[in-house]
Ligand binder design. Structure first.
Ligand SMILES: Cc1cc2nc3c(=O)[nH]c(=O)nc-3n(C[C@H](O)[C@H](O)[C@H](O)COP(=O)(O)OP(=O)(O)OC[C@H]3O[C@@H](n4cnc5c(N)ncnc54)[C@H](O)[C@@H]3O)c2cc1C
Length: 344
C-alpha cells in the first residue's frame, strides 16, 4: 500500500514517480486485507497499546489519519463503513480491491513483476515471508515481502529499530488460500481455554490476540471451547461460525476428549460438550524495520538521515513495537509523508 500511496501523492505534487512492484499483481498485503484503516483514539491510548513504539511516529498517525482518509477518498473511493465496530479504535473500512484499483490509477506508472534496483522510497512490506519461513510459521500475507527494502536501507547505512522479532499474528486453522486469510482467522482466544501441546494453559490474550499468537510454542496451540463460548459473537459472526470456517478449510476440530492430554480445570469450560480447535500462528506483517523519523527519513545509528532515502509501510519499524496497530494506517500516513519529504 505505502508505495502506491507515495506514488499517488508524488504525482499529485507534480512529480513523475515510478512504482516498481515485485509481485505479479499490485496491492501487496493491502489487497488481501480487511481494509479497515484505523487508529487508536488518542496518543495516550496508542502509547498504552504500543509502549515501545516511537511517540513521534505514533503522534503523526493519530494526528493525520483522518485527513489522510479524506485525501484517499478524494482519489475516488467511498468507504463501506465509517466506523470500525471496535470502541477502542476509530477509522473507516474500504473494499481492498477498490482501494488497490484507485491507488494504482492515481500512482500512474506502476510496473509489475520487477524488483527495485534503486529507490528513493522503500515500501516493500517488511519481511513477513522471510520470518515465517525461518521460524516455520504460516504466512498470512502476500508472498513477496522478504525484507528487500530493509536490506537495501541497511546497506545504505540505516539503523534498525527494536522489535525485529515481533509480528502481527493471527491464529489460522492450517495453511489456507489467500482468499480465506480473513474468513478463517480464529479470533476468539478470549472465549477459549488456550493450551500448548502438553495441555498447559497459555496466558490470557490482549483484545487483539496478536500477542498471544506470537507466544504459541513452536507456532501452534489448541483453542478449547465449551458450548457457551460457541455462541459468543465475534464481529458480525459467532465463534461457532469461525470454527465451521476452520473445519471447511480442513482444520483439525475434535471433541476435547480426543486431545492427547487431560484437560486442566478451567472456569472457561463449564457447559459441555467441549470442542478443541488446532491453531497455528500466521505472520501478517513484521513490526521491526528501518528506523525513520516523523518525516519518513531513514536514519542511521547516530540518528542522522541517510541521504535521500525514505521508508514507509512495514519497511519502517518502531511504530507498533510492543503491541498492535493498523498497518494500513501506517502505510497511508507515512506513504504520503515520504513522498512529501522526498519532494520538499
Ligand atoms: C489477511 C490480512 C488482513 C489484514 N487486515 C488489515 C486491516 O483490516 N487493517 C489494517 O490496518 N491492516 C490489515 N492488514 C495488514 C496490512 O495489509 C499491511 O499492514 C499493509 O498492507 C502494509 O503495507 P505495506 O505497504 O508495508 O505492504 P504491502 O501492502 O504488502 O505492499 C508492499 C509491496 O511491496 C512489494 N515488494 C516486496 N519486495 C519488493 C521488491 N524487492 N521490489 C518491488 N516490490 C516489492 C510487495 O509485493 C507488495 O506489493 C491485513 C493483512 C492481511 C494479509
Amino acid at each position: 500500500m505505502a508505495g502506491l500511496v507515495a506514488g499517488a501523492r508524488a504525482r499529485e505534487l507534480r512529480a513523475e514517480p515510478r512504482v516498481v512492484e515485485k509481485g505479479d499483481r499490485p496491492g501487496g498485503s493491502m489487497l488481501l486485507s480487511s481494509g479497515v484503516i484505523w487508529r487508536h483514539r488518542t496518543l495516550d491510548d496508542f502509547r498504552g497499546e504500543c509502549p515501545d513504539g516511537d511517540p513521534a511516529l505514533q503522534a503523526r498517525i493519530v494526528g493525520e489519519l483522518d485527513d489522510a482518509l479524506d485525501w484517499l477518498e478524494s482519489l475516488g473511493i467511498e468507504p463501506s463503513m465509517r466506523e470500525t465496530g471496535n470502541p477502542l479504535t476509530v477509522g473507516r473500512r474500504y473494499d481492498p480491491h477498490e482501494l488497490t484499483r484507485v491507488l494504482v490509477r492515481a500512482a500512474g506508472d506502476v510496473r509489475l513483476g520487477q524488483a527495485f534496483a534503486d529507490a528513493r522510497i522503500v515500501a516493500t512490506g517488511g519481511f513477513g515471508a522471510r520470518l515465517a519461513r525461518e521460524q516455520r510459521l504460516l504466512l498470512r500475507a502476500a508472498p513477496w515481502s522478504e525484507g528487500d527494502g530493509i536490506d537495501y536501507g541497511v546497506a545504505r547505512g540505516a539503523a534498525l529499530t527494536a522489535g525485529m522479532d515481533e509480528y502481527y499474528g493471527r491464529a489460522l486453522p492450517g495453511p489456507v488460500r489467500e482468499a480465506d486469510f480473513v474468513g478463517t482467522s480464529q479470533l476468539y482466544a478470549r472465549h477459549a481455554l488456550v493450551l500448548d501441546g502438553e495441555g498447559r494453559a497459555l496466558p490470557e490474550p490482549a483484545w487483539h490476540e496478536s500477542d498471544l499468537v506470537q507466544r504459541f510454542p513452536a507456532g501452534r496451540a489448541w483453542y478449547v471451547l465449551d458450548a457457551r463460548a460457541l455462541r459468543q459473537p465475534v464481529r458480525e459472526r459467532t465463534v461457532a461460525d469461525l470454527v465451521e470456517a476452520a473445519r471447511a478449510a480442513g482444520g483439525d476440530i475434535r471433541p476435547a476428549e480426543e486431545l492427547p492430554f487431560a484437560l486442566p480445570n478451567s472456569s472457561k469450560l463449564v457447559e459441555p460438550p467441549f470442542l478443541a480447535v488446532r491453531v497455528y500462528a500466521g505472520v501478517t506483517h513484521t513490526i521491526g524495520g528501518l528506523r525513520i523519523d516523523e518525516r519518513a527519513r531513514v536514519l542511521d545509528a547516530a540518528g542522522a538521515p541517510v541521504p535521500d532515502l525514505f521508508a514507509a509501510g512495514a519497511d519502517a519499524g518502531g511504530i507498533f513495537t510492543g503491541g498492535y496497530g493498523s498497518g494500513l494506517a501506517a502505510a497511508l500516513v507515512f506513504g504520503r509523508v515520504a513522498a512529501e519529504t522526498a519532494l520538499a
